[in-house]
Ligand binder design. Sequence first.
Ligand SMILES: NC(=O)c1ccc[n+]([C@@H]2O[C@H](COP(=O)([O-])OP(=O)(O)OC[C@H]3O[C@@H](n4cnc5c(N)ncnc54)[C@H](OP(=O)(O)O)[C@@H]3O)[C@@H](O)[C@H]2O)c1
Length: 286
Amino acid sequence: MKETIRYLAGIAGPSGFGSNSTAEQVTQQYSPSNNLTALITGATSGIGAETARVLAKRGVRVVIGARDMKKAIKIREKIQEESPYAEIILLEIDLSSLASIHRFCSEFLALELPLNILINNAGVYSHNLEFSEEKIELTFATNYLGHFLLTKMLLEKMIDTSNKTGIQGRIINISSVIHSWVKRTCFCFKDMLSGKNYNGTRAYAQSKLAMILHAKEMARQLKARNARVTINAIHPGIVRTGIIRAHKGLITDSLFFIASKLLKTVSQVRLSLKWTTIAIEFAVFI
Ligand SMILES: NC(=O)c1ccc[n+]([C@@H]2O[C@H](COP(=O)([O-])OP(=O)(O)OC[C@H]3O[C@@H](n4cnc5c(N)ncnc54)[C@H](OP(=O)(O)O)[C@@H]3O)[C@@H](O)[C@H]2O)c1
């Protein structure tokens, strides 16, 4: 409760930053001269696009994994208008397709770049029951399974990079506070894969809980290996992006109507993106 009030009021925490701090403010004093490379999924809009912008502005080489290359090219142009020397590499990936993730990883690894930061950000909310090309429920396939496979395929590269550079690697899973809506009795992998009795919000919440469980288990495994790579799962705050607009329904609409005064608009996102702040702190600087 105390934390919620602090968040809503924008009161700064021990770090000196609060929910109203901007990503730019948080990163102002840092100028990473370590040639960091960050890979971010879903950076063609919303939270991911802003994260890519701020990372690039701070001199991080950014690899954007996107399913829509036209959108990705536009985002790159926009970032480079502000940061002309930003190095931004675009590679195609559809997180809902295991085959596409395999292709993406082959292309990325063939570039022989280091990998310091992996931000598993792409996400969907699907109101209706849909399936991926491998016949897996779409929300679970995109938000969780895709990122699970991506992380697995890039982990050795991250460990290798951290060993060679002495810089700790960072993986960040973007979860959501909505994960707590999942009842213990409802979290069943079999149901998620078959999509029976589909409910969009439940599917979304389950996928976000899976992101947290993935981070916890992976953190345990990384520690056991003494790997210089950490993994964290975070809630980005509530930002009015594409994913929020996709949540339709009486209860959700009413909740968002009540909360509308508290939601950050897309233009405010540029100024006060709590997630970007946290992610960048986790990813690069802490
Ligand atoms: N906004 C919030 O309040 C909030 C709260 C909690 C958590 N989150 C999480 O934050 C993350 C970012 O969401 P956002 O709010 O910035 O929403 P957004 O503006 O809708 O962005 C979602 C991004 O994911 C990409 N994406 C979706 N499906 C994909 C796929 N199959 N393959 C590759 N990319 C795909 C989208 O690409 P396209 O441009 O091609 O559609 C887009 O770039 C998500 O994981 C979301 O669950 C958001």
